[in-house]
Ligand binder design. Structure first.
Ligand code: PGA
Length: 251
C-alpha cells in the first residue's frame, strides 16, 4: 500500500524565529502520532536549523528547488549534494511558481528531476494546469506534456521510481479555490493511467499528492479519494496546528 505523504511547502516565508516555533510544534504533533509520512520544505537558509531541530524525529526535510548542475560556477544556485549534506531527503521541482516566474520549462524540470534523483534525493514533481487551460479543456493535454518529458526517456522513468508527483492546479494555489475531490481524483486517475501505460508497477506504487488550498477543513475528503495519496500544502503549512490537522487527515 502507498503510505500517504503530507509535505509543507513554506515558500518564501518566515524567519529563524518563526521557523523555530513552527518546527517545534510540528515535531511534537507528529510524535504524538500520525498515520501519514510528514515532510517540511523550508527556505534553503533555514534547512540546517530545521535539520538540527528534527534530529531523531520522523519528520522528513525537503527543499523547494535545486540546480540541475552538480557543482561549479553557478552563482546563487544550490546543488543536490548540498541538500543531502543538510539532511534533506525530498526536493520540490517544477512548482508552478518556478515555471511561471523563473522560466522553468518542462525540459529544465526534467533535467532537475534526473539530477536530484541521481544524487539520492526524492523529487516531488509538480504538474498542473492554469485556469485558462482548464476552461479550454486542455487539462489532460498539459498534465500529459509535463509528465511525458520524464516518462518518455529511460533516465526520466528511472528517476520517477523514487519520486512523488504533486498535482497542483495553478488556479487553486493560494487562491482558496480548492479543486473538488472529484476534480482532483479525475486528474490523479489520469496521471496514474498515463504512468501505467509505461510502467504498471510504478503506477501502482507512486504517490500522487494533491496541492492547492488544502486546509484542515477539506483535507480528509480530498485524501479519501482513491488516487490521492496525501498533499502538498502551502499557506496552511505555516501554522503548526492547521498543518497537523492536515497531517492527521489520512487514515
Ligand atoms: P497553497 O499552496 O496550499 O497555499 O494553495 C500549495 C502549493 O503551492 O504547493
Amino acid at each position: 500500500m502507498r503510505k500517504p505523504l503530507v509535505a509543507g511547502n513554506w515558500k518564501m516565508n518566515g524567519s529563524s524565529e518563526t521557523a523555530q516555533g513552527l518546527i517545534a510544534g510540528i515535531r511534537e504533533g507528529v510524535e504524538a502520532g500520525v498515520a501519514a509520512e510528514v515532510a517540511i520544505c523550508p527556505p534553503f537558509v533555514y534547512l540546517s536549523q530545521a535539520a538540527a531541530m528534527l534530529e531523531g524525529s520522523a519528520v522528513a526535510l525537503g527543499a523547494q528547488n535545486v540546480s540541475q548542475h552538480d557543482s561549479g560556477a553557478y552563482t546563487g544556485e544550490i546543488s543536490s549534494s548540498m541538500l543531502l549534506d543538510m539532511g534533506c531527503s525530498y526536493v520540490i521541482l517544477g512548482h508552478s511558481e518556478r515555471r511561471a516566474y523563473y522560466g522553468e520549462d518542462d525540459a529544465l524540470v526534467a533535467e532537475k528531476v534526473i539530477a536530484a534523483h541521481g544524487a539520492g534525493l526524492k523529487p516531488i514533481l509538480c504538474v498542473g494546469e492554469t485556469l485558462d487551460e482548464r476552461e479550454s479543456d486542455r487539462t489532460e493535454a498539459v498534465v500529459a506534456r509535463q509528465l511525458d518529458v520524464l516518462l518518455d526517456t529511460a533516465e526520466g522513468l528511472a528517476a520517477l521510481q523514487d519520486s512523488v508527483i504533486a498535482y497542483e492546479p495553478v488556479w487553486a494555489i493560494g487562491t482558496g479555490m480548492t479543486a473538488t475531490p472529484q476534480q482532483a481524483q479525475d486528474v490523479h486517475a489520469f496521471i496514474r493511467q498515463r504512468i501505467a501505460a509505461k510502467d504498471a508497477e510504478l503506477a501502482g506504487k507512486i504517490r500522487l499528492l494533491y496541492g492547492g488550498s488544502v486546509k484542515g477543513a477539506n483535507a480528509a475528503e480530498l485524501f479519501a479519494m482513491a488516487d490521492i495519496d496525501g498533499g502538498l500544502i502551502g499557506g496552511a503549512s505555516l501554522q503548526a496546528e492547521e498543518f497537523l490537522t492536515i497531517c492527521r487527515a489520512p487514515e
